[in-house]
Design a protein around this ligand. Structure first.
Ligand code: HEC
Ligand code: HEC
Length: 189
């Protein structure tokens, strides 16, 4: 707190107090994602809080989460998690547009209708027609292909088992279906 006197303008104090640089050095300066760190700009605030606490209590336990996010959230209180969530949720989000465009039609059909014979439920009922999410259900539209793919693969590997209902949903997806869904979603705005 030795440098608190630097901040003379009351209007900027709240923002300076929130150490968003501890996040943006991995997630990108405008939080659009970078490398394995996903876009968090425009994500649903309830969902961000839920995930930050899941990293902190180690229930989101896939290897990249353990490697990068357990440390980043070790000292994040529920109050601070809410402040980070409000800040990042309010940033504009850009679509990654990095999936295989040849798979978009197949991905859209699965997303909207599911595949009854393969026991795949429709995603649209929860994640919304544009993958926009709702409260603690995450926004999927425009996340990067690689991130979506790795998330959908990890549940079948037994990680993050507390993320109801996704372990059961994702386990019924074939690798081809995961490819198509991740491709389609990466282009959604
Ligand atoms: C050292 C790099 C690093 C730092 C620092 C970091 N993150 Fe992350 N973050 C990641 C990676 C990598 C993932 C993806 C983990 C996975 O694949 O499950 C992630 C995932 C997340 C998620 C989950 C997104 C989703 O769609 O499920 C949220 C929310 C998040 N980070 C917020 C933050 C916040 C807030 C901070 C600052 C307090 C922060 N991160 C700091 C690398 C980082
Ligand atoms: C019954 C509601 C429901 C249905 C149906 C559903 N989801 Fe989800 N999904 C959720 C919830 C809730 C979460 C957040 C879980 C958590 O982290 O606690 C989630 C998380 C996800 C994530 C992680 C996003 C991120 O930012 O890390 C992906 C990817 C995902 N769902 C894809 C799908 C796909 C693809 C389908 C269709 C095959 C689908 N979901 C069907 C409710 C649902």
């Amino acid at each position: 707190m030795a440098f608190a006197c630097w901040s003379s303008s009351p209007g900027t104090q709240a923002q300076e107090a929130l150490p968003t640089r501890n996040c943006t050095w991995c997630h990108g300066s405008s939080a659009q994602g970078f490398s394995t760190a996903p876009r968090i700009a425009g994500q649903k605030p309830h969902y961000i809080v839920r995930e930050l606490l899941a990293f902190k209590d180690h229930s989101r336990d896939n290897p990249t989460s353990a490697q990068y996010m357990w440390g980043a959230t070790a000292r994040v209180s529920p109050e601070l998690a809410s402040e980070f969530a409000a800040y990042f949720a309010a940033l504009p989000a850009e679509p990654a547009n990095d999936g295989n465009s040849a798979l978009v039609e197949a991905g859209k059909a699965l997303y909207v209708q599911g595949a009854a014979e393969a026991n795949v439920v429709s995603c649209v009922v929860c994640h919304g027609p544009n993958g926009e999410g709702f409260e603690a259900i995450p926004r999927l539209g425009g996340l990067s292909y690689g991130y979506l793919k790795s998330r959908l693969e990890q549940w079948s590997q037994g990680f993050h088992a507390s993320a109801y209902p996704m372990p059961r949903v994702a386990t019924s997806l074939s690798p081809e279906e995961i490819d198509a869904l991740a491709s389609y979603l990466s282009f959604l705005k």
